[in-house]
Design a protein. Structure first.
Length: 163
C-alpha cells in the first residue's frame, strides 16, 4: 500500500508538471504564431502602401507628361463603361430622342471628319497611289546614288579616277 500512496503523489506531480509544461508551451507557440502573423500583416501593409504610392506617382507623371492621352483614355474608358451598362427604362423614356439625335450628330461629324481627312491626305499626295509613286521615286533615286557611289569607288580603286 505504501507504494500506491507514494505513487499517487508522484503521478499527480508528474501529471501537473506535464500539464503545466504543455500549457506553457502551447501559450508560447500561440504567442509566437501571433507575433509572426502580426509581423506578416505589418510587412504586407507596408508593401501595399509603397506600391500604392509608387502607382500614384507613376500615374501622376504619366498624366503630366501626356495630358491629352490621359483625357482621351478617360473618355474612351467612360464610353466603354457606358456601352457595357444596360439602358434603363427611365433613361430610354427621358433620353431616347436626345440619344438618337446625339448618335446621328456624332455619325455625321465622324463622316465629315473622315471626308475632310481624306481630302487633306489627297492634297498632300498621301493616297495609296501617291505613296506608291513616291516610294518608287525614292527607290529609283537611292538605286542611282548607290550606282554612282559604286562607280566612283571602282574608278578610284582602278586608278581611272586619278587625274
Amino acid at each position: 500500500m505504501s507504494t500506491t500512496t507514494n505513487d499517487s503523489p508522484a503521478k499527480a506531480s508528474a501529471n501537473s508538471k506535464g500539464a503545466g509544461s504543455d500549457g506553457a508551451s502551447d501559450r508560447g507557440r500561440l504567442s509566437a504564431a501571433s507575433q509572426r502573423a502580426a509581423e506578416a500583416y505589418q510587412t504586407a501593409r507596408e508593401r501595399t502602401a509603397a506600391a500604392y504610392a509608387s502607382a500614384g506617382r507613376r500615374t501622376s507623371q504619366g498624366i503630366e507628361s501626356n495630358p491629352v492621352a490621359a483625357v482621351a483614355g478617360g473618355l474612351a474608358l467612360g464610353a466603354i463603361v457606358a456601352a457595357l451598362l444596360p439602358r434603363t427604362q427611365k433613361e430610354e423614356e427621358l433620353l431616347g430622342a436626345v440619344g438618337r439625335r446625339i448618335n446621328d450628330s456624332a455619325r455625321d461629324a465622324a463622316r465629315a471628319a473622315r471626308e475632310s481627312g481624306k481630302q487633306q491626305l489627297d492634297e498632300l499626295g498621301l493616297t495609296k497611289d501617291g505613296i506608291k509613286r513616291r516610294l518608287d521615286e525614292f527607290s529609283d533615286r537611292a538605286a542611282g546614288a548607290v550606282k554612282k557611289t559604286t562607280n566612283a569607288a571602282a574608278d578610284k580603286a582602278t586608278g581611272s579616277g586619278n587625274v
